[in-house]
Design a protein around this ligand. Sequence first.
Ligand code: ATP
Ligand code: MG
Length: 238
Amino acid sequence: MFCKTQELKSGKSKTLFCTESPHHLIMLFRDDATAFNAQKKATFARKGLVNNHFNAFIMQKLQASGIPCHFEKILSNTESLVKRLEMIPIECVIRNIATGSLCKRLQIPEGMELSPPIFEFFYKSDLLGDPMINDSHILTFQWASEEAITTLKTLTARTNAILKPLFLQAGLLLVDYKLEFGYDQGKLVLGDEFTPDGCRIWDIKTRKKLDKDRFRQDLGEVIEAYEEVARRLNCPLP
Ligand SMILES: Nc1ncnc2c1ncn2[C@@H]1O[C@H](COP(=O)(O)OP(=O)(O)OP(=O)(O)O)[C@@H](O)[C@H]1O
Ligand SMILES: [Mg+2]
């Protein structure tokens, strides 16, 4: 049995609680949504529940395919038990299809297929608006070692090789996503979450957006879209 002791940290959409075990945390998925570095905020009924179950479903698939993940088990509709990680302050992004900041930055047409997929690092800093960085920044500022950088790239690419076909067989394009990693007693492990909050998912035929862009762009039916993705992937939701 794992019980919450004190709150460890509360971010924009999740709260992490300590447990009696020094190596475990309880991750609470809240109904809060933010966009544009928290300048836009809202809450959506069922978001925490949907994201908790979606994250569990994806992390279990990844674990079954050999990606080490922090996820251990679902504890309630909105809470999961995870390994406590020492997080690396970096986001690893893979882009399979061009959209968002990539199109703006390099004047790439929206929807262009990216082959091979593009890999990017971003430095996690709300103050700086998560700027893009490269290996050289990571080494110089000692955010991760050269060996860890290689592992981050390998695990992010292996995740793509597992998830792209999983989404495709459900009639969904996994456009892009971000991953966060941390250390569990010296070992690099996938942490944080994999949910429609942190990736882009389009319907293969209509290219309808089924992810957090619905909130960013005021397209409506945000959680309805998240639930549709879950349903198509056969991810059970209560
Ligand atoms: N297993 C873990 N152990 C420790 N910290 C974790 C773990 N998984 C995720 N985290 C961290 O917990 C926080 C999750 O909260 P949330 O995603 O709501 O934060 P956020 O407001 O998005 O902040 P950030 O911009 O840092 O992600 C993040 O800082 C994330 O890096
Ligand atoms: Mg976050």
